[in-house]
Design a protein around this ligand. Structure first.
Ligand code: G6P
Length: 502
């Protein structure tokens, strides 16, 4: 979601066919092929024409800084429909675009990925629509990604596949390139068995994951859900490969947020924001991709309840909601936007005065400095998803609060709640409880909030995104060794006629 301020205008730099490290110096230990639905940059249409900008979402914002010191080829979609883009190098990464036609986008991305897997994996917050044609498209696009990855990976190298769009790729890539170490990381929650079981294609999806040497998940709960399936009959019986399944909570580049928060430029910007909103007021902030999983409507309703009950006076507090446009081709997202805008309108209609809104609702992209300034200006950050894999906004806020102030209100249903236990934890499904906790946050004494923030900062500083990537890739290097040994033993036993190893 954190689109970088320097939105890349025009071409992403020198276009070249850039897989020279394959042809040339042979394999390098540190080389890595990343496979994700999106490339780190995407093409978008603006009034001025087509431009490149940083891709939205936590996956890209987390992963990119960890790749700096590695030799990386990134296989992914460049955005827009049906456009063939040649490989190009940008910010030290070799990008290999996978083209998607309008139909592909509709069936594989909007359809199966975002109207089946996304809602189901987020606790069926919306009913998944189980269309056969979407599944067919998902399968064939996963083959397309696997083929592109197979062509890009140096011999004996490592491939790191990301997220729910590409769950079949580990096995498809393994078939094509048994020499590779293959890792898979799921950025969203892994659902409990009774939800996963609704998928008519559950066995295929699990078999896809079984192609990996390491499968990483955000929390222990996700890990347990996947293990339960793999250990049951859905896992495919005794003779399957057993990937290493482990929890690796994703994080942020702590120092980058901290550095920006200390900069003169951002501090000035943040002070100006406070002045414009009212220096004596309590500023509540929400920052999210505009997604129905994020509980934006729940938090607006809670704020409305507090104003109606008089627990908070309209002169006393203001809520800033920064919502980043997302998946606008998907009905549920269009609907959620309407709900959020209607609630914001209602709140200002009821409690606003001329020149004094109680809610500032924005729907656009935000630059990095602008976000840090918002975080620094906010007395309370409201992170209230109904379900969330991790939620990096919570960690960005903590990393930005170099002044050790500010209260983090965090949903128990965000993966981040497992680590950020010093946040003020809330249940967004409980309207009265949520409102009460927000009121507590507004009234929280400074000393207590500072103690909590210090504790939160220790956790995020220590468990930053570099540690996440190093731990995952470390496991992949080790497990890949085991996998290779297993595979060569299997080949040897096949020659001697022994039963293949499980
Ligand atoms: C989440 C997902 C990512 C995705 C991002 C943005 O963070 O886990 O895989 O890229 O949202 O969503 P979009 O649909 O625009 O890629």
């Amino acid at each position: 979601m954190n689109s970088s301020e320097s939105a890349l205008a025009g071409s992403p730099g020198a276009l070249r066919t850039n897989l020279d490290h394959r042809a040339g110096g042979g394999p390098r230990d540190d080389s890595l092929v990343v496979v994700a639905n999106r490339l780190p940059v995407r093409r978008v249409r603006r009034k001025s024409g087509t431009v490149w900008e940083t891709s939205p979402g936590g996956l890209v914002s987390a992963l990119v800084p960890t790749l700096e010191r590695r030799r990386v080829t990134w296989v992914g979609w460049a955005g827009l429909k049906s456009r063939r883009t040649p490989p190009f190098r940008h910010d030290g990464i070799d990008n290999v675009p996978v083209p998607l036609s309008g139909d592909d986008v509709e069936a594989y991305y909007e359809g199966f990925s975002n109207r089946v897997l996304w809602p189901l994996f987020h606790g069926a917050l919306r009913a998944p629509e189980l269309r056969r044609s979407w599944w067919e498209a998902y399968r064939s696009i996963n083959v397309r990604f696997a083929e592109a990855a197979a062509a890009a990976a140096p011999r004996g190298g490592a491939a790191w596949i990301h997220d729910y769009h590409l769950m079949l790729v580990p096995a498809l890539l393994r078939e094509r390139r048994p020499d590779l170490r293959i890792g898979f990381f799921l950025h969203i929650p892994f659902p409990p068995e009774e939800l996963f079981a609704r998928l008519p294609w559950r066995r295929e999806l699990l078999a896809g994951l079984l192609g990996a040497d390491v499968v990483g998940l955000q929390t222990r709960r996700d890990e347990q859900n996947l293990r339960a399936l793999l250990e049951g009959t859905e896992g495919g019986g005794a003779d399957r490969r057993a990937p290493r399944v482990e929890t690796f909570p994703i994080s942020v580049d702590f120092e980058r947020w901290e550095r920006a928060a200390r900069s003169e430029k951002v501090r000035r910007r943040s002070a100006a924001l406070r002045r414009r909103l009212g220096t004596s007021k309590t500023i509540l902030l929400g920052v999210d991709r505009l997604d129905y999983t994020k509980g934006i409507d729940a938090r607006l309703r809670a704020f409305q309840r507090l104003l109606r009950e008089g627990a908070i006076a309209a002169e006393e507090a203001v809520l800033v909601q920064a919502a980043v446009p997302s998946r606008e081709g998907v009905t549920e997202y269009v609907e959620q936007r309407r709900v959020v805008e209607r609630l914001a309108g209602e709140l200002n209609g009821e409690f606003g005065e001329i020149g004094r809104a109680v809610v500032h609702s924005m729907h656009r992209n935000f630059g990095f400095d602008e976000l840090v300034a918002l975080y620094l200006a906010a007395d309370v950050l409201l992170v209230t998803p109904l379900r969330d894999g991790m939620n990096l906004v919570a960690k960005e806020y903590v990393a930005s609060r170099v002044d050790e102030r500010g209260v983090l209100v965090l949903s128990e249903f965000a993966g981040a709640a497992a680590e950020l236990t010093d946040a003020m934890l809330v249940n967004p499904f409980d309207p009265e409880g949520l409102a009460a906790r927000i009121a507590d946050a507004v009234r929280a004494p400074d000393a207590a909030s500072s103690a909590r923030m210090r504790a939160l900062r220790r956790v995020v500083r220590e468990r930053d995104v570099f540690r996440w990537a190093d731990t995952f890739l470390g496991r992949l290097a080790a497990a890949g060794g085991d996998g290779a040994r297993r595979r060569s033993r299997r080949a040897a036993s096949a020659e001697t006629g022994d039963a293949a190893e499980g």
